[in-house]
Design a binder for this molecule. Sequence first.
Ligand SMILES: [Zn+2]
Length: 454
Amino acid sequence: MLPKVSKVLIALLLLSAAVPILADRTPLKPGWNLFSPQQDIEMGQQVSREADAQLQLINNAQALGYLNALGKQLASRAPNSRQYPFQFKLVNEKSINAFALPGGYVYVNRGTIEAAANEAQLAGVIAHEIGHVALRHGTNQASKAYIAQAPLAIVGGMLGNNSVGAVIAQLGLGFGTNSLLLKYSRDAERQADLMGTQILYDAGYDPKAMALFFEKLQAETGGSGRAAQFFSDHPNPENRIGNVNNEIVKLGGAKPGARMDSPDFQEVKRILANAPAPGGKPGPANNGGARGGKPQRPSGRLVDYQTGDVRLRHPDNWKPYGQGSTVTIAPDGGIVNGSLAYGMMISPFEPHDDNGDGRMTLAEATDQLINEMRQANPQMRTSRNHERIRIGGQAALATELSNVSPAGGRETDDLITVVVPDGTFYYFIGVAPQNEFSVYAEVFDDILNSVRFR
Ligand SMILES: [Zn+2]
């Protein structure tokens, strides 16, 4: 029997043998997030259904088998990624691009494979996309947009009762080239490059392949435009090549005998060279909305809704998205890139009593609210001031504002402020693009006329 000390020593030796020796590397962690990893998967699944419907996919079994074997092997090297059901799809587009949805749904354009000189270069692009998934960049962006939706409400740090599907609709996270899920910050891109480099290294590829592919893309960007897409979605090529090279130095350079290519990769290139050219199926919608185009016309049929102190009726093809007593009621496609473009938001607000006399007039409270809104929206203007109206039997003020619309052009905002019987201030803001406002003004009137306070 071994003395006690030796047992501990052996345990320590076993432990250190089980943990791979990690070279010096940039530490990377997912940022702040309101969603659970399970919700990343749910969101990715739902949005990938839209992507599948909108994109022309290549279903060649050998090419797909190869892409998935390579992708899963790389994904197995990414930290905290076992929980995601990685899937890799091949898009029949000649431009050099790839994207990843939350939860591990990765799309690679055929142009990327055609442009890559070897397997390691393709692996570099895929590893970058896996980095976005592992670092949860999509739902990190969605979390920020979700909070920005209700800047004047108290933010609880949860999705409330909203399902992932409701959040997708509310934030306009559907599949599109402007989708919030695919527009990352430069910092997120830098992190994905660094994690991609680490994944390549850990999977036994020469990580220099990533920088070489970027250099090749950069050289081509000035020319045909075929390469431009990867760098327009993924900005700042010069810094990216430098960052990747620095990380490779940190890792201590490629491992001896690092992989560069495989016969399978070259075989898939041959298959793609003979694959049918991209057909006429349209690419992703450019409005970032789930359906593309404008929302359906508001239905004339109204349904009941109640939130906090307020009861009202709204068109039956609009949906309420709630967070506490703040609610947004909007049609599908009414929220574009996380901002309300068509619909109404209702929320209590709390003006601060500057005079300290405990008597705040509705006009003073309204001016404070408008000032706060203008701080968040510098392009917002008042076009008609403080008209006295009544809603739900209470005296109210109507103010007309204009602002830039997330759907393009300018929008009109119909702001109604009111004090409900228990003394709480509420605002209602109806939003629609200027050139469609007459249609929506009627709906806002219908909603306001139906309001009852408790
Ligand atoms: Zn990226």
